[in-house]
Structure formats: C-alpha cells, structure tokens
Design a protein around this ligand. Structure first.
Ligand code: NAG
Length: 182
C-alpha cells in the first residue's frame, strides 16, 4: 500500500514549517554579520559567523546588546591570549634586536589594549556607545600599530599577523555593533 500523496505532502509541509520556524528564531548572528559586512567590507562574513555563533548560542544571546558584549569579551580574551603569546616569543634566546623591539612594542600595545577593552565593555554595559566606540577604536589601532611595526624593516616577518588580523576583525564587529545603536 502506498501512502497517499496528500499525506506525504502534509508531512513535508509540517517539517518545512518546523525547521524553518526553529531556524528563524535564531538568525540574529547571520543577519547581523551580513549587515556588518555590507557596512564594512573589511569584515569577512565567515569570520564573523565563526566568531560569534558559538558564544552567542551558548549564552542564549538574542539581541544586539548581548551580541555587542559577546564581541567585547572575545576581544578581551583575544588581547590576553596575544599578550601571553608575545611573552612566550620574548623568552626565546638570541632575538634579533629590531624584531625583539617590535615584540616589546606589541607587548606594550596589547597591555594597553587589555585595559582599554575593559573600559569599552564597561561603557557598552552602561549603554554609552559613544565611549565604547572610542575605546574600541583604540584597541583596533593597537592591533594595526603592532602589525605595522614589523613592516618597517625589509625581510622581517611578523609572527603575529594572524592574531592581529583576528583582533582587527573582532574590533570591526564590536565597532559596527556600537554604531548600530545610533
Ligand atoms: C581570537 O579570536 C578568534 C575568533 O574568536 C579566535 O579564532 C582566535 O583563536 C583568538 N585568538 C586568541 C589568541 O585568543
């Protein structure tokens, strides 16, 4: 006996509705990432999704305020991670002086960035998006300044390119979210 066509159709209709419904309640991250990439093409859509999706769903984030805090905390964790990585790199023996100088500069920049992102998160929590944006821009500049230092001497390769780039991308996300509150 074959199941009737109308029965099959209604089953598939039910599943379509169900899965579509389940998905559309949680499209904050893709929707916001898409909007942010349109506003700033430096931001990579796939990075945005990969960075935000996990923490957003883990913390049941369902609005822009929550997403901004997710971004702020990712920046904070990133800045501390980069700082520790620089410390490890600086422990190597016989570092070339210019290269070592760049690492020391980066260490100082990221030490400042850790403080600055804390202030940015505080401001964001107080819904002072203007200050949050200024602080966040400062952190973004730190990542760029760190990376640019290595470019000042030919043949020197930054060991922090990927980390500085991740940091830059996270800052674009944070800044874009603060701008959405204007
Ligand atoms: C920085 O954040 C990105 C995105 O969340 C992540 O992939 C990367 O591993 C982080 N880097 C550090 C050093 O924490």
């Amino acid at each position: 006996m074959r199941p009737s066509l109308s029965c099959l159709l209604s089953i598939s209709f039910f599943f379509t509705l169900f899965f579509h419904g389940a998905k559309s309640t949680n499209n904050l991250v893709p929707k916001t990432c898409k909007q942010m990439v349109q506003g700033d093409p430096q931001l990579r859509y796939n990075f945005c999704i990969a960075a935000l999706e996990g923490p957003a769903s883990k913390n049941h984030v369902n609005d822009l305020q929550g997403l901004g805090l997710v971004a702020g905390n990712l920046i904070k964790a990133n800045a501390s991670g980069i700082f520790s990585h620089i410390e490890t790199l600086l422990k190597q023996k016989g570092l070339e002086p210019f290269y070592k100088g760049c690492l020391l500069d980066c260490q100082e920049l990221y030490s400042g960035a850790i403080d600055e992102v804390r202030s940015a998160i505080d401001a964001f929590n107080l819904k002072d998006y203007f200050s949050a944006n200024i602080r966040g821009s400062g952190v973004m500049d730190d990542s760029v300044t760190c990376e640019d230092g290595f470019k000042e001497k030919k043949g020197v390769v930054s060991p922090l390119t990927k980390m500085n780039d991740d940091m830059f991308q996270l800052c674009v996300i944070f800044l874009s979210i603060t701008n959405m509150f204007h």
